[in-house]
Design a protein around this ligand. Structure first.
Ligand SMILES: [Zn+2]
Ligand SMILES: [Zn+2]
Length: 157
């Protein structure tokens, strides 16, 4: 996809969620949607600042606004650490994520692998469900390939 295509797509999505498609917002959403896995706010910022004049606070604020409005999913990846996933173009909302407890990487998991009947769930619970987050924790493929080396691994809590 060419840059201008991703730009106009990001702009459309932002607009559809009732937000103003400002240049900074478009840049942030484009960076997220071009990644094949969810990104930390820090990663988005590091990626963008190489090419654009954006400060860290702006990037963090935009990501939180997107998460609040449902443009992207905010996924917890360990204590006090979060990743952001641009749900569009991949699988729509409702897919879950895998978090590697060794390297900390977060990956998207195809919705079909963990089907969740959101309607049935909402109908059977008396609570008002507004958001569902499913996270699988474990060891990712590349850490598994590295075998039993546990350097840098967190102590199991
Ligand atoms: Zn890993
Ligand atoms: Zn995802």
């Amino acid at each position: 996809m060419t840059e201008s295509n991703s730009f106009s797509r990001s702009s459309d999505i932002i607009f559809r969620f009732g937000l103003d498609p400002t240049l900074n917002r478009i840049l942030v959403l484009t960076a997220l949607s071009e990644s094949d896995h969810p990104l930390r706010a820090k990663d988005v910022y590091e990626d963008l600042r190489q090419r654009h004049k954006l400060n860290r606070v702006t990037v963090y604020r935009i990501l939180d606004l997107f998460a609040e409005k449902g443009v992207v999913s905010k996924i917890s990846s360990g204590e006090r650490s979060f990743c952001y996933c641009a749900c569009f173009g991949r699988w729509l909302q409702g897919h879950c994520h895998f978090h590697c407890t060794r390297c900390g990487k977060v990956e998207c998991i195809d919705k079909d692998l963990l089907p969740l009947d959101e309607e049935a769930l909402k109908n059977r619970l008396s609570m008002d469900v507004q958001h569902i987050e499913l996270r699988l924790d474990g060891v990712c493929t590349s850490c598994k390939a590295k075998g039993t080396t546990r350097a840098g691994a967190r102590k199991p809590s």
